[in-house]
Design a protein around this ligand. Structure first.
Ligand code: AMP
Length: 137
């Protein structure tokens, strides 16, 4: 995998405002926050997208994400937040190293804006699709 700004942060080659670190996970403040406390949680394992992450790293991130979210909420006083995880440039991923955003939603409207345009789900198609996905797991 190509070097990214996040692999350089992991290596300590460029600075970051760290909030958490263990053997497998690092969390630090986003340099372009959507709201106060916007935090990034990344695996130290070099994977570009979530589907490429090992079970071990996924487990390590999953174990600490809620704790880091609690810390961000307590420190900022926010009570609502989004967790965002982008995969691929069309899905708004700019840094090609897996990362989870924890983004407090503030009363002043700062935080993540979401364009959500639901489509309808056809029953027959859904049954076939769900079975197809399940076979791939
Ligand atoms: P994404 O669009 O999901 O790939 O988000 C990448 C995020 O990384 C953006 O929110 C950037 O503001 C953030 N970012 C880029 N460079 C740095 C950096 N050096 N330190 C902290 N956050 C960064």
């Amino acid at each position: 995998m190509a070097e990214t700004i996040f692999s350089k942060i992991i290596a300590g080659e460029i600075p970051s405002h760290k909030v958490y670190e263990d053997d497998q996970v690092l969390a630090f403040l986003d340099i372009g926050p959507l709201s106060k406390g916007h935090t990034l949680v990344i695996p130290k394992e070099p994977a570009e997208t979530l589907d490429q992450l090992s079970d071990e790293s996924a487990e390590a991130i999953g174990r600490v994400l809620p704790r880091i979210a609690r810390g961000v909420m307590k420190a900022t006083g926010a009570t609502e937040y989004n967790v965002l995880q982008n995969n691929g440039s069309r899905a708004h991923q700019a840094v090609m190293h897996v990362h989870f955003h924890i983004i407090p939603k503030e009363g002043d409207g700062t935080g993540l804006g979401i364009g959500w345009k639901p489509q309808s789900l056809d029953n027959e198609e859904a049954a076939e699709l769900a079975a197809r996905i399940a076979r791939e797991l």
